[in-house]
Design a protein around this ligand. Sequence first.
Ligand code: ZN
Length: 483
Amino acid sequence: MEYEPVIGLEVHCQLLTESKIFCGCSTRFGNPPNTNVCPVCLGMPGTLPVLNRRAVEFALRASLALGCDIQPLSIFARKNYFYPDLPKGYQISMYDRPLSVGGHLDVEAGGQTRRIGITRIHMEEDAGKLLHEGFPDSDRKSYVDFNRSGVPLIEIVSEPDLRSPEEAHAYYFSLRSALVYIGVTDGNMEEGSLRCDANVSLRPRGQTALGTKAELKNLNSFKFVQHALEHEIRRQTDLLSRGQKVAQETRLYDPAEDRTYAMRSKEEAHDYRYFPEPDLLPLRVETAWIDEVRDRLPELPAARRQRFVREWGLKEQSAHVLTASRPIADYFEAVATAAGDGQAAANWVETEILRKIKEGKIEVRQPADIPLAPERLGKIVVMIKDGTISGKIAKDVFEMVYATGKEPADIVRERGLGQVTDEGPIRAAIDRVIAENPGQLAKYRAGKTALLGFFVGQVLKATGGKANPELVNRLLKERLGKL
Ligand SMILES: [Zn+2]
């Protein structure tokens, strides 16, 4: 029997606020353990949480970007469970009244675009972190760091619309890209800013009822999401084809062994004894605030890609590369505007600028992180177009402008790199080249006219690459024709 995988992802995303969700502690990653803490996020008795307005704004922005309906009233709830990294004994989350519902994300996988539903987005606080390694007595003890406790998160729950590990990978990738684009998270997966769990079940192809699902935890890179799902689908296919049942359980992915193993039987929502958080008022988001956030929402990657194709005449592939990161897309648009030529600008950014970024390991968070101002690159493109410099010389000018930060026009003037359009010196170079290559000349005259290219190359070389190639071509033909 053929089985169809049914996959849904739950993505936790850390919001890019300065302070935690219910207290004023810093959210900075990498500070010494237990230095970003206070009585509130340590869960001391008698403390009261105060909701961070900025965290709500970011959650609203994410909701709107993903097409969700903001609920007029949402309610924080206590999710009760015991774990050493959770000092209060409960996590403040949202349960039956989430912030927003009913969105979607368009995902490209396997050459087609599919719309993946988003069930809900809710806000919650992060827990602390247990440290099992790195101490002299780590063989006997675990330590706990509460710096992360109370860091604001949103959880984005997808519909079970994904049908393959590739699609799940593409969804997670696009989701991260959109969230980073709108500036609500840094999307840093190594630091845990984005974390993913997956629900996966199988059903006979053609059947609509869902099979029993397993939840996979610890899918903290794009690669892990795909590998863990591939493994889990194989495991469930094996079980079902042998007539056995899939247990509803939580499984942990082990990247070292590329397998999943059972962690615990899957808990039900009622196990958490959710109840409304008595220390926080219900969250009422006014329409005016929603409108304000919507007005300031930047253009999203998919829309921008289409616009680059339409307005700047880019190929689909170029538009894809250039919109993958917002600062690169901004940079490209600034170059294209300065150059008045989208395709030429795209060529330069895709080849030279992306190469420089890679070579210099430059972390580009904003266009200004790229050492060459986009207006300068735009001027280089213009100088090629108006014949001031040749395309070949332009590469040298680019390197010099990049290294020195000088104006392209100054570099060209100082170093005498302007294109030679004066016929005198070119004719002199032609005479010299012809005199130096009697053998080639004889062959040319005997009918091997393809050697014209050879002569053009020699003349360009003799003029240091500065001669206008079209002019060289014309003058050479003239000269050779007279011989
Ligand atoms: Zn605190």
